[in-house]
Design a protein around this ligand. Structure first.
Ligand code: SF4
Length: 403
């Protein structure tokens, strides 16, 4: 068993783990050796636990109150937080509480269904040690913390890195190229507008615009059906960058007429009704915002789906007769996360809860490990109906504006 330790300078160390997790409260404890016991044992039979030889940590489950441990942590070698499923986000909140409210400064370890894609978010929540699921390669998982870090085996006499920044040079080049492209777009199109869905990709584009102080207008589409977390990113952007994102709304009468005729959840009934809803809540406000402009930008990436593998960085939007730019077209999800880590970009918390792609609340669900990142979008529809729509210029535009 290995664990990944994140050092204060953002380097990473991979080392063998000496601790054994005692899974059940009340179980017989080994007389010696490093163990991590349930909260019930730590609090309920403290004398027995502390009489053993070896270090002892305490683990807490996602439904437990971390406040119960407050004032009872003397002698604890670490606190571990159990993630029963990778998309169970409760552990992030517990970590934040332990760090920020209860002042725990010792080791905070993630255990359970811990996978590579969570590590970045876990680190932001306060975790510094990650016991990655046994069937996963720790070195590969460590890259989830960003390629600006490197890892080495603690037991090695020579601490030469074994996990180099093999993608870092390419990544750096992508950043420089995107900076140049965005600067050129702003110079060529003083009326350019960026449609942000407030997803991770679009927050990266926003960061570029803010860092480079580019005069590119930023707007978003509030369909009236977005998650609170997504809407919260508008204020986050204001706080982080001082940027006011323009919020476009659908025409209220059109929404009311659609709901009166078909109900509030008509999108589940047929593709036609779903597209009608999207047309009213997204496409019309998007077109209204873009009308009269010469160019717009999206955060689309080729990696997001088979239908986007040929996504150009610059294209002609035939529907709106304007130029459309996709400056992150060749970026990977890892590139996005690494950039966000490096430049401290605020991210929609839904990403950490299994939502790689985020749209309207009733039309988006979390995905499981290994699923297509877009499997959670309009999940009840046939994938070919979704994908065929994505190939069309209008629908592609619609998609980009809603992650
Ligand atoms: S994603 Fe769903 S709720 Fe949002 S506009 Fe489209 S159909 Fe309507």
């Amino acid at each position: 068993m290995t664990r990944i330790v994140r050092l204060a300078d953002k380097r990473v160390r991979i080392e063998d783990d000496s601790f054994t997790v005692v899974a059940e409260a009340g179980a017989e404890l080994p007389a010696a050796g490093d163990i991590i016991v349930p909260t019930a044992d730590w609090l309920g039979r403290a004398d027995e636990v502390k009489a053993r030889t070896g270090r002892t940590g305490v683990w807490i489950g996602p439904a437990e109150d971390p406040g119960a441990l407050a004032g009872h942590l003397d002698g604890a070698a670490l606190i571990a937080i159990q993630f029963p499923k990778f998309n169970d986000g409760r552990g992030y909140s517990i970590a934040s509480l332990l760090r920020r409210r209860y002042g725990w400064t010792g080791e905070l370890r993630a255990i359970g269904d811990v996978l590579r894609d969570q590590l970045y978010y876990m680190a932001r929540a306060g975790f510094d040690v990650f016991a990655v699921r046994e069937d996963r390669d720790a070195e590969v998982a460590a890259t989830g913390l960003g390629d600006f870090s490197f890892a080495y085996q603690d037991s090695s006499d020579d601490r030469a890195p074994v996990l180099r920044n093999r993608a870092a040079a390419v990544r750096e080049a992508k950043i420089v190229r995107a900076e140049r492209a965005l600067t050129a777009i702003a110079a060529k199109h003083p009326d350019a507008a960026f449609a942000t869905s407030l997803s991770a990709e679009d927050m990266v584009v926003t960061d570029f615009i803010a860092r480079l102080k580019l005069p590119i207008h930023i707007f978003t589409l509030d369909t009236g059906r977005l998650h609170e977390e997504t809407l919260g990113m508008i204020a986050e952007t204001k706080t982080r960058y001082g940027i006011d994102i323009e919020v476009m709304h659908p025409v209220a009468e059109a929404v009311e007429a659609h709901v009166a005729a078909h109900g509030a959840h008509a999108f589940y009934e047929s593709l036609a009704l779903r597209k009608e809803c999207c047309g009213i809540r997204k496409v019309e406000p998007l077109n209204r915002e873009l009308g009269g402009r010469s160019a717009w930008l999206t955060g689309q990436r080729r990696e997001q789906g088979a239908t986007r593998v040929h996504l150009p960085e610059e294209e002609h939007d035939e529907v709106r007769n304007m130029t459309k730019y996709n400056p992150l077209a060749d970026w990977s999800w890892d590139d996005v996360l690494a950039y966000a880590a490096r430049f401290d970009v605020p991210l929609n918390p839904l990403h950490a809860r299994g939502y790689p792609s985020i749209g309207c609340e009733p039309c988006t669900r979390a995905v499981r490990a290994g699923e297509d990142p877009r499997a959670g979008r309009w999940w009840w529809e046939q994938s070919d109906s979704k994908e065929c729509g994505l190939h069309e210029s209008a629908a592609t535009s619609l998609e980009s504006a809603t992650a």
